[in-house]
Design a protein around this ligand. Structure first.
Ligand code: NI
Length: 213
């Protein structure tokens, strides 16, 4: 998820200079920014599988997801958006005036309760760049999930966290936020992104041909 006006990550992307540079660099070198799938990529519609064991592969996936999310920048990312259909979500809702990052991981997150009361937020998504639309969702949710140590937690969320959790858990079920807007608006954005993908593919092919001796 991207937060339009609410959350900019510009400050957390530029850590203060007194941070141990060598350490930070060594850490970043181990991680990789993965390509984020863009609408209308069909892989975004896959239903993600539960994580059975939190092993080195999952820990690497989480590191790469944070790297990709901060690089984008976005405030939430589901593993399926980087092409790995597993039930893993990363999030950082720290405000731009806060210098500390607040990375959060939700493994196998599950909504166990949602309020009747609704809240509307203008949402965005790293898989649908530069498109924002208001979405109505439950104002509060209770979400059960595992942390990276495999420990079970339950969070009672409201505000941006509640919206973001519902947005990301939707991804794990192959649902995009545009599925919650009017058909007219959805058709329009899907058409725009489908055209752009076709144009990029054609240009890619031309470039390949051009590279031939
Ligand atoms: Ni999204």
């Amino acid at each position: 998820m991207t937060g339009s006006q609410k959350c900019s990550l510009s400050s957390v992307l530029c850590p203060p200079p007194d941070i141990d540079r060598f350490g930070a660099t060594a850490y970043i070198a181990a991680m990789a920014v993965r390509e984020i799938l863009i609408l209308p990529d069909k892989r975004l519609r896959q239903v993600s599988a539960p994580v059975k064991k939190i092993d080195a592969g999952i820990r690497k996936l989480v590191e790469d997801m944070f790297e990709s999310m901060y690089d984008a920048p976005g405030i939430g990312l589901a593993a399926v958006q980087v092409g790995t259909p597993k039930r893993v979500v990363t999030m950082d809702l720290s405000k731009k005036e806060e210098t500390e990052k607040n990375p959060q991981v939700f493994i196998n997150p599950e909504i166990v309760w949602s309020s009747e009361e609704k809240a509307t937020y203008e949402e965005g998504c790293l898989s649908i760049p530069e498109f924002y639309e208001e979405v109505e969702r439950s104002a509060q949710v209770k979400v059960k999930y595992l942390d990276l140590e495999g420990k079970t937690h339950q969070v009672e969320a409201n505000g941006l966290l509640a919206t973001c959790l519902q947005h990301e858990i939707d991804h794990l079920n192959g649902v995009l936020f545009i599925d919650h807007i009017s058909k007219l608006k959805r058709d329009r954005v899907v058409k725009k992104f489908t055209k752009a993908a076709k144009r990029a593919a054609t240009e890619g092919r031309r470039a390949e041909v051009g590279d031939d001796p």
